[in-house]
Design a protein around this ligand. Sequence first.
Ligand code: RUB
Ligand code: MG
Length: 419
Amino acid sequence: DGIMTGIEYDDFLDLGYDPAATELVCEFTIEPADGMSMEAAASRVASESSNGTWAALHVDEDELTDLGAVACGIDGRTVTVAYPTALFEDGSMPQILSCIAGNILGMKAVDSIRLEDCDWPESITSGFPGPQFGPSVAREKLDAGERPVLATVPKPKVGLSTDAHARIGEEAWRGGIDLLKDDENLTDQAFNPFADRLAESLAARDRAQEETGERKDYLVNVTAETTEMLERVDLVAEHGGGFVMVDVITCGWAAVQSVRERCADHGLAIHAHRAMHAAFDRLDHHGVSMRVIAQIARLCGVDHIHTGTAGLGKLANEDTPGINEWLTSDCHGLRPVLPVASGGLHPGVVDQLIDALGTDIIVQAGGGVHGHPDGTHAGAKALRQSVEASMAGTDLETYADDHAELATALEKWGAETPR
Ligand code: RUB
Ligand code: MG
């Protein structure tokens, strides 16, 4: 009724087709437009994301290379599409996404469509570097051993002076935190300029390392326009930092690829924050899943990425355990990524978090450290104590009997999940 597909719907549909190992296989959830069959919609998805369009074309067979994708599976609302590798430019994440997450997300042939999962062939992953370090940062750059790495972000997230920011960082490091992290809204504003913050925070880090005898480091937010960002990466290396933080979605994957290359020159690890992900992944029937965003980040070569808190924090999450499992599973020899749990965490939920996600994670808490009734230093100690208790298999309440900072945190927050 008023819907014109142009193409013969089965031009890009072959439900008996078995994808070759070299093909990129994508899984979509689709709601076809009114009056359109699942088969027709699936075929339009394969067509529009490869070499077709809404109209039937008249192309000389001799001039046409065979690059059509194939909708090869339909199971309820789930559609599987296989893409020949030759469709893609080697090593270009923007180009890949322009195909598999491009026009199809807005085309009228579907009411909604969500890219759920990708099965990446070696012919594509080989064009990408993957992480330099991944989970090994816990032992190569820090002294976390087998426990989760602990991070904190000073709050208020913006507005603190450079001095105050560095002082809070030092208190947190001295209390047992491994990594100080900038919040995503803090880059290079007048109240806390990047270069000053970098120098002062790393000086504070050095003092904290000296005092505690543990290696500490700073996830300084270099996010900016790409050329500026690369200069900031160089500056971090000059000042002896070991990590940079990049907000990977707001700055874009092409910029992340450039940062990865520059970080390799300096041996810097990349901490990926994911602000704006919920614009794509929050609705379960439309967009791009966090699982796929995490896959893209691994190919592009970040070392850590935020994947949520398995429902224990303040933000809505999809399947954190499943995403983390993918990030650490085999992917044609790419190094694994260390997942970050963050957003509304506090000492009272750390045992549940470790139960849900294991110990190969970064536990990141802002309010759950600096909101401690006795301040940042006590908050950091409480977080570290809750990790020690969980690692020892001791119940948090019992451990709190002779750990005052943890006791105060539990009194304040209990084991509740915040909003
Ligand atoms: C956490 C925070 C971060 C979250 C984002 O602060 O500011 O931006 O990491 O969430 P707090 P996610 O610990 O005070 O909640 O990790 O889900 O991307
Ligand atoms: Mg934040």
